[in-house]
Write a new protein. Structure first.
Length: 214
């Protein structure tokens, strides 16, 4: 047996796979088969949520971790599945898992990994080891500056904008807050407008030569 080290963070995902019934497995395979090359991982996860709820993130993270194991052309899907299941069960002898079912489930998932692998490869050239934006929100606030004499109506004020950025890095959710003033907003808007214009130009100039995924 070729020993495979199973990261602790995907242990739960392996347990989910080992317990999968046919209906769940069929639903997963259907989603895996229909992944588009340019589809965002968040969108794939959202489709999994319908069937796997809160387990979707760890399940996708676990399947995602299989990608390097399939790069070895000397190993068959069956061999990879066998090594994965045996390695996991060896490291977790306290778990009650039906080994044959676990291995069979892994074979089915790995056999339908092609579309996800193509998606990973297409995005890796852009996003590998990168922080990927999830969402943003701008919060505007008015700050009043009080004088020593609190009863004085002659007060100054400043308007500030707080940019809340949520992003992912290696499936970990992270967030960042940036404080901006009007000048910062205008600079940011100018950069975004220019980036949008460049995107439009590239798409138009190369639409007949390149299949631009996203």
């Amino acid at each position: 047996m070729a020993k495979i080290s199973i990261p602790e963070e995907v242990k739960e995902g392996f347990i989910i796979i080992s317990e999968m019934k046919k209906n769940d497995l069929d639903s997963l395979v259907n989603i895996l088969k229909n992944i588009n090359s340019g589809e965002k991982l968040n969108d794939i996860e959202e489709r999994l949520v319908e069937f796997f709820g809160k387990k979707s993130r760890i399940l996708l993270q676990t399947i995602f971790s299989f990608r390097s194991l399939l790069d070895n052309e000397d190993s068959t899907v069956e061999e990879v599945a066998k090594n994965l299941s045996e390695s996991f069960l060896l490291e977790n002898e306290d778990l009650i898992v039906e080994a044959s079912v676990f291995e069979e489930n892994l074979v089915i998932i790995l056999s339908n990994f092609g579309s996800l692998k193509k998606n990973i490869n297409s995005r890796r050239s852009v996003f590998d080891n990168e922080s990927v934006l999830s969402s943003t929100k701008l919060i505007t606030d008015l700050r009043i500056i009080f004088e020593d004499d609190l009863s004085s109506k002659d007060r100054d004020a400043v308007i500030i904008h707080k940019l809340h950025v949520e992003y992912q890095n290696n499936f970990s959710d992270k967030e960042l807050y940036l404080t901006l003033d009007l000048e910062d907003l205008n600079k940011l808007k100018s950069e975004i407008d220019r980036a949008i214009e460049k995107d439009q130009v590239i798409r138009e100039d190369y639409k007949n030569n390149l299949n631009i995924l996203f």
